[in-house]
Write a protein that binds this ligand. Structure first.
Ligand code: HEC
Length: 271
């Protein structure tokens, strides 16, 4: 009898594994829509999209089955003025203005790439235990300023409509009197795009992959300035350990001027 039950359970879990379909959650207001990988793979808008320098796969050229996000997200009532939060399985949190995903500039278009269980994508360089799937947000002809490499979220689990940044996280904003052209303001924008996906600041933020950069003490107060620059460019060149999760930002991705602007913002926030 027990053996029967065991065999039955084993078969059942085998079947479940066979038919397991990853779920993407889309939350708008009080409603959560659960989209199944197997259904998305049958979506009539599915098309083949080639990415020339894929950030998840070390800049290689990759080809995906993908759905334009504009039509998909609009069908769930997401509007251009919304603020979106995209959460990945590993805790990575990216923030977007919905227009970056919905109303792309003429040459830019966002897609949701969907992995097929029959043809899995290659495993990531690090951690090498999983692929970028089952869901990965990609852009065609991305303008590096608008959608930086750090903003291409993979292993996407959830897309949510959230209130605008200024009302959710007022403590990360620099002095409002500073003009947009001020290095501190530019550094703030760069911080939100590149660093806020993993770090909190003044105890505000959704991601806790890395430490708070200003609380209880600013990193600019306890890091030697040259070591700090070196660390942001290549963390493992300053202190090396196998569990390090921070990626470096080389000159191609972030100019010296942009790095200066981020440091100007962090110093400003230290006050
Ligand atoms: C992928 C996630 C991720 C991103 C993106 C990221 N960091 Fe980090 N950061 C970490 C983690 C995790 C640590 C802890 C050390 C480690 O694991 O490498 C860290 C450590 C740091 C430290 C050292 C803190 C300390 O007290 O020792 C600084 C400074 C830092 N990050 C700055 C930045 C800046 C500036 C950016 C944006 C340009 C950034 N990080 C982007 C994950 C990230």
């Amino acid at each position: 009898m027990r053996l029967c039950k065991l065999i039955f359970c084993l078969c059942l879990s085998g079947f479940q594994a066979l038919f397991a379909s990853e779920i993407l959650e889309i939350q708008v207001g009080a409603q959560t829509h659960k989209l199944l990988q197997k259904d998305l793979l049958k979506d009539p808008n599915l098309q083949t999209v080639t990415v020339h320098a894929d950030p998840a796969y070390a800049g290689k050229s990759m080809t995906y089955a993908a759905i334009p996000t504009a039509g998909l997200l609009k069908s769930y009532g997401i509007q251009e003025t919304d603020a979106l939060q995209v959460t990945s399985r590993d805790g990575f949190v990216s923030l977007f203005a919905a227009k970056e995903v919905l109303h792309p500039q003429d040459t830019v278009q966002a897609f949701l790439a969907i992995e097929s269980p029959e043809h899995p994508w290659p495993t990531l360089a690090s951690p090498a235990t999983a692929t970028a799937g089952a869901f990965y947000l990609i852009w065609q002809h991305p303008s590096s300023v608008l959608i930086g490499k750090e903003k291409w979220p993979y292993q996407v689990a959830r897309i949510e409509v959230k209130a605008p940044l200024a009302s959710r996280f007022p403590a990360i904003f620099p002095d409002a009197k500073l003009p947009d052209s001020d290095p501190v303001q530019k550094g703030f924008q760069l911080f939100v795009q590149n660093c806020f996906v993993c770090h909190c600041l003044n105890q505000e933020g959704e991601s806790h992959v890395g430490p708070d950069l200003n609380f209880p003490m600013s990193v600019t107060a306890y890091w030697e300035p040259n070591a700090l620059r070196k660390f942001i460019r290549n963390p493992q060149s300053v202190r090396s350990w196998s569990q390090g999760k921070m990626r470096g930002f080389d000159e191609k991705e972030m100019s010296d001027d942009q790095l200066d602007q981020i440091l100007a913002y962090l110093k400003h926030m230290a006050k």
